[in-house]
Design a protein around this ligand. Structure first.
Ligand code: SF4
Ligand code: SF4
Ligand code: SF4
Ligand code: FES
Length: 930
């Protein structure tokens, strides 16, 4: 069982290779050079009292509780700030030290409420522990002097309280906010007795810049900063180690439990992706799992206009199978299909695609990755030979230049965003390519060297211009290219990209970015040391998404920025298991491990294990399913954990396609928008009930473990197996571990993966096979997966979506920190305190032209549709560009987005829509025929 409290070594580990030897309390101890005495002692099992030190932060040396005596040195140095040295002789327990420590504790306790028995921290309070440890028996100063006991509590944050009466001013919270989170929301105000912790301008946590990551709460040694859930429930009695189910960072957490009730989520220090940090979603926004809106009983109805009927599992499965079989009998084998979920585990996804291929008998399976990172799969496979990011997150610590394109990590991948900010504060340079001024362009202690604020839709023109500068200014890493890349393809590309039409000056009018900025950015990327590319949906969700991915791969190869720490090309995946759902064979043309369904050898392997003949023809992609539905040839759909009616583009078209079907099966936690068109509702399980694995953006396979029993009485993969069996294809597993065993047997990159290994080793990054038995943190180290790296020609082709007289603005969309995707989960948590509705960000000039003031309700209209929302005037956007999120169904922002899509993968062009914005009490001057 996982320990509730992890050991705190007091100061961070040293990375030095050099070992030193010393004596502590008469014992010979070895430690890495640079280690503090406190940590060296802790590693040897000797515990020194401490209050202001914690191993997630650099030593601060303020509380003076950790004093030690060092032979030959005067005084009593603090063990947290004193590094070990060869031959040192340290004493941690002497009468003199005991007296000093008691004195320190007396001072603290004389200004602290003595309500230990009723305090929420009782049993988990370092102050209480230290009082016990130093043997405090009296407080000679008494309790009548000046104190802070009447200081007012701040309960503004939905998840934690701040009770300054209990504060010992150790500054761990301030340092957590600075060093770990990088938000700088807290300060230590005043001096001496008047010192106190202030959030923002001392106007409370909710009104401050605090992003509610909880790092300060975790760091606080007392009950000053305290989770409200712990105040309500009391201290946990056991912990379950699991993985966050929100974004592609894949943070590991200890779910601290009382029975089957979650008391708090604590980010796990040994988590490979997060190393003890979290964001507001993973740490606090888990209440949706037990929200009263959850549906836990199967339901059916004959038509979508009737009310739902609650039925047994058997009846629901029987109803669904009968309908699907009838559809196939009438319209043919290919008239049904399914969509897998990137929120579900690898094991759940694997059985869904298996059911479709083996029980439905076709390859009509697609995944929500179609609408986010499918161009990543295509582009990286063409250039490098595999569809995945090249680095682990830790690699960024070795980067000198970060090139961040179409990504907003501080909002969408917050824990990795904090890690990036830490590296930038330590000296790395950052270049941001984004129409919007994100926090990586400018925020406390962060300033980008270059912000290429391009017009939406012109990514490829920019990446070509960067490459043009690198080629024409002699910045190509010839040695790397000669050794690692295909010479013919390189020569072809070099000639193509050197053409003056790609120069920054030539494309300035297209992109809107000054040529000098582009030249400066290209030089920095090529010559600034280890340069790493990180990108998001601002790259992929374009009509040239795949071209752009290949353009970035070209840049990395041309400059030799691939195949070692600190470099690479890294997609920041959206949902928790986007990487995994792609790996598991969710695309209509690929089995797990990205092998084409037409490959006879591969297919034969699956046919043997699955015991049935499989279709060699690729099936339908999501948009083709919708078109075929409207055309009448596609009649039944199984939608696993996705709300396509809200998340997919051109909502009206999606709705028409769903409405035309004869059997829509939705499996989800809640009756989402898609369920409005469903005939069968199969309740799903939350991550707190799941047993399985998620694979994050760095290919890290993490275990998900059940903290509570399934609220529906069944595992989700079990339901899929039941449906497959009812369709006539028996499919049975005894456990999720057994499904992983089958995945490993059929997927070369997962060959060495099993639950047993993951439980033993924590996590593994694929490929895990004979060549890499312990996994692969860095890809393409000695050679590309495809052999020689392949430069691809990346001609810029303007999107068909153009601004016009009627639709003069360009809309681009994104996420904000506190909400997630279509908001199904986060809208059912306290996170609504920060983003209760979608907001349209509009430049002051564009707003003024339209008579729009901050907070006005406006109409947002495109050639496809219109919606209404509130405007926020913001100069984060350039003039002519507006921005919104799609977290709230009431806005339904995808009503306005178009069906334009990536030429190679059909990934929708969410990031460019020509729109008009008007005050909503005015009639929008739009014409659908324009
Ligand atoms: S709030 Fe907690 S962490 Fe911050 S200074 Fe006070 S006691 Fe220390
Ligand atoms: S919750 Fe996070 S952002 Fe807010 S004050 Fe604490 S450390 Fe800073
Ligand atoms: S960064 Fe992502 S994975 Fe980590 S806690 Fe936040 S939402 Fe969860
Ligand atoms: S723990 Fe070392 S001075 Fe506070």
């Amino acid at each position: 069982m996982t320990l509730i409290k992890e050991q705190d070594y007091g100061t961070p580990a040293s990375r030095s290779e050099k070992m030193v030897s010393l004596r502590i309390d008469g014992r010979t101890v070895t430690a890495r050079e640079g280690t503090s005495i406190m940590r060296a002692a802790a590693e040897a099992g000797i515990s020194i009292p401490k209050l202001c030190a914690t191993d997630s932060q650099n030593a601060y040396g303020s509380c003076r509780l950790c004093l030690v005596q060092v032979e030959g040195r005067r005084g009593t140095p603090a063990s947290c700030t004193t590094p070990v040295a060869d031959g040192m002789d340290v004493l941690t327990q002497t009468p003199r030290l005991a007296a000093l420590r008691k004195g320190v504790m007396e001072l603290y306790i004389s200004d602290h409420p003595l309500d230990c028995l009723t305090c929420a921290s009782n049993g988990d309070c370092e102050l209480q522990d230290m009082a016990g440890k130093v043997g405090l028996r009296e407080v000679r100063y008494g309790f009548d002097g000046a104190n802070h006991l009447k200081a007012e509590k701040d309960e503004s944050n939905p998840y934690f309280t701040f009770d300054p009466a209990k504060c010992i001013v150790c500054s761990r919270c301030v340092r957590a906010c600075q060093e770990t989170q990088g938000t700088f929301a807290l300060t230590l105000d005043g001096r001496g007795f008047a010192s106190k912790i202030a959030a923002g301008m001392d106007d409370g946590f909710l009104a401050s810049d605090c992003v509610s990551c909880g790092a300060c709460v975790q760091a606080c040694p007392t009950a000053t900063l305290m989770e409200k859930a712990v105040i309500d429930h009391g201290q946990p009695e056991h912990s379950v180690l699991t993985t966050c189910a929100y974004c592609g960072v894949g943070c590991s957490f200890k779910a601290d439990m009382q029975g089957e009730t979650v008391v708090r989520m604590v980010p796990w220090k040994d988590g490979g992706a997060n190393e003890g940090h979290s964001c507001v979603k993973g740490r606090f926004a888990w209440g949706y799992a037990t929200h009263s809106d959850r549906v836990t009983t199967p339901m059916i109805r004959d038509t979508i206009h009737e009310p739902w009927r609650k039925v047994s599992w058997d009846e629901a499965i029987g109803f669904a199978a009968t309908r699907l079989k009838a559809i196939q009998a009438q319209y043919g084998k290919n008239s049904i299909g399914g969509i897998t979920s990137s929120r579900c585990t690898n094991e759940e996804v694997f059985v869904v695609q298996k059911m479709i291929r083996a029980a439905f008998g076709n390859n009509n399976v697609d995944t929500c990755a179609r609408v986010c990172h499918s161009p990543t799969g295509y582009g990286l496979k063409q250039t490098f030979g595999t569809s995945a990011g090249t680095q682990d997150f830790r690699s960024v610590d070795q980067s000198d230049v970060l090139l961040v394109i179409g990504a907003n990590p501080t909002d969408a991948h917050p824990v990795f965003g904090s890690r990036m900010k830490k590296r930038i504060r330590a000296g790395a340079k950052v270049i941001v390519i984004d129409p919007r001024r994100t926090d990586l362009v400018e925020s406390p202690h962060i300033r980008a060297s270059h912000h290429l604020q391009l017009r939406p839709g012109t990514n490829v023109a920019i990446v070509n211009a960067l490459a043009h500068v690198i080629v024409t200014e002699g910045l190509v890493n010839r040695a790397f290219v000669e050794e690692r890349c295909d010479p013919t393809e390189f020569a072809r590309w070099e000639g193509f990209i050197a053409d003056p039409r790609h120069s920054p000056e030539a494309v300035e009018a297209i992109t809107g970015v000054p040529a000098a900025e582009v030249r400066g950015a290209a030089r920095l990327y090529a010559t600034g040391g280890n340069a790493a590319i990180y990108y998001g949906l601002g790259v992929t969700e374009h009509s040239q998404g795949s071209t752009m991915v290949m353009g970035m791969a070209n840049l990395a190869m041309a400059t030799g920025n691939i195949g070692r720490e600190g470099v690479g090309v890294n997609p920041l995946r959206g949902q928790n298991n986007v990487q995994g759902s792609c790996d598991m064979g969710s695309f209509p043309h690929e089995f797990s491990g990205y092998r084409h369904v037409s490959d006879d050898t591969v297919r034969a392997m699956f046919e043997v294990v699955w015991g049935t003949a499989l279709d060699p023809e690729p099936g339908l992609r999501i948009p083709n399913m919708f078109d075929a539905s409207i055309g009448g040839s596609f009649r039944g759909l199984y939608v696993h954990g996705e709300d396509i009616a809200q998340s997919d583009p051109n909502t009206n078209h999606v709705a028409a396609a769903l409405e035309a079907m004869e059997c829509v099966i939705v499996q989800d936690l809640f009756l989402n928008e898609t369920a409005n068109y469903a005939h069968v509702f199969l309740p799903g399980t939350s991550f707190l009930e799941k047993d399985g694995t998620f694979t994050n953006a760095e290919r890290r396979i993490n275990r998900v473990r059940p903290a509570m029993r399934s609220q529906t009485g069944k595992d989700e993969w079990e339901v899929t197996c039941d449906l497959a069996a009812a369709m006539g294809y028996p499919m049975r597993y005894d456990s999720a571990a057994e499904i992983m065993d089958e995945i490993a047997r059929l997927t070369p990159t997962f060959k060495g993966v099993s639950f047993e290994r993951l439980d033993r080793d924590g996590s593994l990054q694929w490929p895990v096979n004979d060549a890499a038995p312990n996994g692969t943190p860095l890809m393409h180290v000695d050679g590309f997966v495809r052999g020689k790296g392949r430069f691809m020609l990346t001609e810029y082709v303007a999107t068909e979506e153009r601004a016009s007289r009627f639709f003069p603005l360009l809309l681009t969309t994104g996420r904000i920190l506190s909400q997630y995707n279509v908001g199904t989960q986060t809208r059912r948590t306290g996170n609504v305190a920060w983003h209760p509705e979608d907001i349209l960000e509009i430049h002051p000039h564009d707003a003024e032209e339209r008579g729009i003031r901050d907070g006005d309700l406006v109409s947002l209209a495109s050639r496809k549709g219109a919606t209404g929302l509130r405007a926020m005037i913001s100069d984060r956007m350039p003039q002519g560009v507006v921005y919104t999120t799609f977290h709230h169904p009431v806005t339904g922002a995808n009503v306005v987005t178009t069906e334009n899509s990536d030429w190679a993968t059909n990934c929708p062009e969410y990031k460019v829509t020509a729109v008009q914005v008007t005050l909503s009490n005015q009639t929008p001057q739009v014409s659908a025929a324009e």
